[in-house]
Design a protein around this ligand. Structure first.
Ligand code: PYC
Length: 320
């Protein structure tokens, strides 16, 4: 068999949301900070990204995590996250997936570890072989009560917050947060994201708001909220989204609706959950702590045979 590409991967899911960790066979990215290496990955490794994430080897909901040598050798690992749309800054469910994957590989034990990401260092407490807590990057609300007008859907008010990615947290949802309504929620969130772009509404320093979040009442009696999180490539997060929950905590903290150390149980659209809390940080920011479970569900190799017409992936969103 003649193989052009061979990539060793471990698949897991965190509260239902998949993470594919690349442990061997990634592109050479040289040295430097994780954000420099992410820029090189973005600019030169698109065929690799697509081969790992897109059909027929993957699908739209997978978040890829390329394990890298950390710049700071005291860190357990460096990681660059990517999905079907490109690279992302940070990924909460993905970091829990990476921690459980490192434990599965015997590279870390229960205890505290630091993981380098392109947007900063993240502390991880591996609580058991399938449970981890992350202390995310400092998160904050950038703007409250922002208005966006969406053709055909009307006006949506919401907050803009940073949780490692930029989020628009809509104050009202277009319909009930049920699994049956996922197509409608996805359509509305995609239109809101497009309207934000067209109306020039961004995060700090012009950061693109590429995630949209709706909230509704939880199903579980002990949860505080249910969410629906729309991701940059059009997929919805099966988990409550680590960075999205961090953005929510930042808004709750800014509105004085949640005190430091208090627990917030965020339920996802499929009913899975994260336990979240925060501590305060300088400049009105918070450091979110997100706890969730991840499970290994695959251990293998992706290959691309010479001559495969879809060797570099097939994105079903493409029209030509
Ligand atoms: O858990 O932060 C997260 C995340 C981002 C995109 C998908 N999941």
């Amino acid at each position: 068999m003649s193989v052009a590409e061979s990539v060793r991967i471990i698949d897991s899911h965190t509260e239902g949301e998949p993470t594919r960790v690349v442990i061997e066979g990634g592109p050479p990215l040289g040295s430097g900070s994780l954000s420099e290496r992410r820029a090189r990955f973005r600019d030169s490794a698109d065929p690799f990204r697509r081969m790992v994430i897109d059909e027929p080897r993957g699908h739209e909901a997978i978040v890829g995590a390329l394990l890298c040598e950390p710049e700071d050798s005291t860190c357990a690992a460096g990681v660059i996250f990517f999905n079907n749309a490109g690279v992302i800054g940070m990924c909460g469910h993905g970091t829990i997936g990476v921690a459980v994957t490192l434990a599965y590989l015997g590279r870390i034990d229960v205890g505290r570890h630091t993981i380098e990401t392109p947007v900063g260092k993240v502390e991880v407490d591996l609580l058991s072989k399938n449970r981890a807590a992350i202390e995310n990057v400092a998160s904050y609300r950038h703007a409250a009560d922002v208005r966006v007008d969406v053709d055909g859907l009307g006006t949506f008010m919401g907050d803009i917050a940073w949780g490692g990615n930029w989020f628009f947290l809509a104050k009202q949802a277009p319909c009930a947060l049920t699994r049956a309504n996922i197509p409608q929620l996805t359509m509305a969130a995609g239109r809101i994201r497009e309207a934000l772009r067209q109306q020039g509404i961004t995060g700090a320093d012009g950061g693109e708001i590429d995630h949209v979040e709706f909230f509704g009442p939880p199903v579980a009696r002990d949860a505080h909220s249910r969410n629906f999180v729309y991701c940059p490539g059009g997929a919805y997060d099966r988990s409550p989204c680590g960075t999205g929950t961090s953005a929510k905590l930042a808004c709750l903290a800014a509105d004085k609706k949640l005190a430091p150390g208090e627990t917030w149980i965020q339920e996802s659209i499929i009913g899975s959950r994260f336990e979240a809390s925060y501590r305060t940080a300088p400049e009105g920011r918070i450091v979110p702590r997100i706890v969730g479970d991840a499970w290994i569900c695959g251990d293998g190799r992706l290959i691309q045979q010479v001559g495969d017409p879809f060797g570099h992936g097939l994105d079903p969103r493409e029209t030509a």
